[in-house]
Design a protein around this ligand. Structure first.
Ligand SMILES: [Fe+2]
Length: 269
């Protein structure tokens, strides 16, 4: 079973390249299931129902998110009925939407978990390690589901690596999002879980984490906030990983980065 996980889709440039290239990528790599982090797809801030539909239409099966999930007002309303859009699971009991669902595809039960880290991230979220430790008591590969893919949306590398280590042998893939920078430390951990610290960004890398560089740079000099940060709109790159899941164990057999187009292309493809 072949999975594709795409890093944070950033603004129009990111959306456009995913819409344009995903069908070819699915075909070329014989992908069976696609997950994409979409929390920056609406002008860098959140996601709309229409954008979800555009992404589903080109082959995305599940959209994950993170700290920007509520940036668009409408999201709180439609997330309750749209099970293919996840928000961080550790957002507290009673938050609209869910952070874990099981999807059926090719006769397999595929679980997707969306978590958010605690270090340098939004306050008032449940502490992610005890939270997932507790939840994993009910989620066993090959018993409750065939495959399990986990997006840990977090700022720091150690927290993401710790999550990989913690879930090693219990998930098909643990992958980080949020930093918009592909770490390329892709590997299969000791007990069979595929891992990369950050999937990178689908967007224009001629930018500061996807935002227009001039405005973003000014914010490191002064507290002036007169200009709005807007996503860079040049040629975009698709960044993510392809993972081959073993149908007998639910663990990973292979992981490789998929980086196509724009500024990053020449070095990796
Ligand atoms: Fe984020």
């Amino acid at each position: 079973m072949n999975f594709l996980f795409l890093g944070d889709i950033m603004g129009r440039a990111g959306r456009n390249i995913v819409v344009e290239k995903l069908p070819e990528i699915i075909k070329k790599y014989q992908i069976n299931f696609v997950i994409a982090n979409g929390e920056n797809s609406a002008g860098g801030y959140g996601i709309t129902e229409a954008i979800c539909e555009d992404l589903f239409a080109v082959g995305v099966d599940v959209i994950t998110s993170g700290n920007h999930i509520w940036d668009q007002k409408e999201t709180m309303d439609f997330i309750a009925k749209e099970k293919r859009l996840l928000r961080p699971w550790n957002y507290g009991e009673g938050t609209p939407g869910s952070g874990f669902e099981i999807y059926e595809k090719n006769n397999f039960k595929i679980g997707v978990i969306n978590l958010m880290g605690n270090v340098y991230m939004k306050k008032n979220t449940d502490s992610v390690f005890p939270f997932i430790e507790n939840k994993m008591r009910q989620i066993k590969l090959k018993k409750d589901l065939d495959f399990l893919l986990v997006d840990i949306h977090a700022e720091i590398t150690s927290e993401k690596q710790a999550m990989g280590y913690f879930l090693d042998g219990r998930a098909t893939l643990v992958i980080g999002t949020h930093t918009h920078t592909p770490t390329l430390d892709f590997r299969i951990l000791e007990h069979g879980t595929a891992y990369q610290t950050d999937a990178g960004m689908c967007g224009d890398y001629n930018s500061i984490i996807g935002m227009d560089s001039d405005v973003a740079l000014k914010r490191f000099f002064t507290q002036e906030r007169t200009e709005r940060l807007t996503p860079a709109s040049g040629e975009a790159t698709i960044s993510g990983v392809r993972v081959v899941g073993d149908i007998n164990t639910g663990l990973a057999k292979e992981i490789e980065p998929i980086i196509i187009g724009g500024r990053l292309t020449k070095k990796f493809i």
